[in-house]
Ligand binder design. Structure first.
Ligand code: 13P
Length: 245
């Protein structure tokens, strides 16, 4: 089975870049694949879905956020899960450390957002990760397990679950954990799911400074089912080379 490779563009891109990069991804055998997922800014999903239809491309689309409110209503500025589904989102990124830090994402809002998207059959990509100071303490495993416990509060049923381990100290820093460190946390995630959510089929990802140079080593670790790529996903040459792992 192909590994899941998610490009997280964060707050980057433009109409021109979407048109340019997606036409490259539609042509490459490495990226024209449903397990290659493009998490572009939500505002561009409609355009991306149109390009995808026009080119008959098979990659998947993901949203970067969703409203914690259900369906429709008087919530100025919000975008609901049902709207994202209409735009073609198959996955959505939730719990990213940037949103936890800068947007005050609370556990309550994480749970509502996950419930809303599961109701629309959009698969959450739930991110966890510790800061440098927590990693240097003895308690980083407890911290990560506590973050995973958010999933136990989700009410909707699900059979597929994507969890990404993104240590904050590796995001955008060029520092990548050792293979042992990555494997250790991905094993912890899989053991947690087996213990508390045994009905769910888990896909465990690593994210943080993934590049064309290190993707193959990371993606060939047996515990790693895929990667979540930030900066390197903004350069199509680098992203295609990650997808050739
Ligand atoms: P970088 O690949 O830029 O380190 O970002 C990782 C990330 O945050 C993906 O969600």
């Amino acid at each position: 089975m192909s590994k899941l490779i998610i490009a997280n563009w964060k707050m980057n891109g433009s109409i021109e870049q979407i048109e340019h990069d997606l036409s490259i991804y539609a042509k490459s055998v490495y990226t024209n694949n449903p397990s290659v997922v493009l998490a572009i800014p939500n505002i561009y999903l409609y355009l991306a879905a149109q390009i995808q239809n026009k080119l008959g491309a098979k990659f998947s689309l993901a949203a970067q956020d969703v409203s914690k409110f259900r369906n429709y209503g008087a919530y100025t500025g919000e975008i609901s899960a049902s709207m994202l589904k209409e735009l073609g989102a198959k996955y959505f990124i939730i719990g990213h450390s940037e949103r936890r830090t800068y947007l005050n994402e609370t556990e309550d809002s994480l749970v509502h957002k996950i419930d809303n998207t599961l109701n629309e059959e959009i698969i959450p990509v739930f991110c966890i990760g510790e800061s440098k100071s927590i990693r240097e303490s003895v308690e980083y495993r407890d911290f990560l397990e506590n973050q995973l416990k958010t999933l136990l509060k989700v009410k909707s049923s699900f059979d597929k679950l994507v969890i990404a381990y993104e240590p904050i100290w590796a995001i955008g820093t060029g520092i990548v954990p050792t293979s042992e460190q990555i494997s250790e946390v991905l094993k912890l995630i899989k053991a947690f799911v087996q213990n508390y959510l045994p009905h769910a089929k888990i896909t465990a990802l690593y994210g943080g400074s993934v590049s064309g140079g290190n993707a193959s080593e990371i993606l060939n670790l047996p515990e790693v089912d895929g990667v979540l790529v930030g900066g390197a996903s903004l350069k199509p040459g680098d992203f295609v080379s990650i997808c050739t792992y």
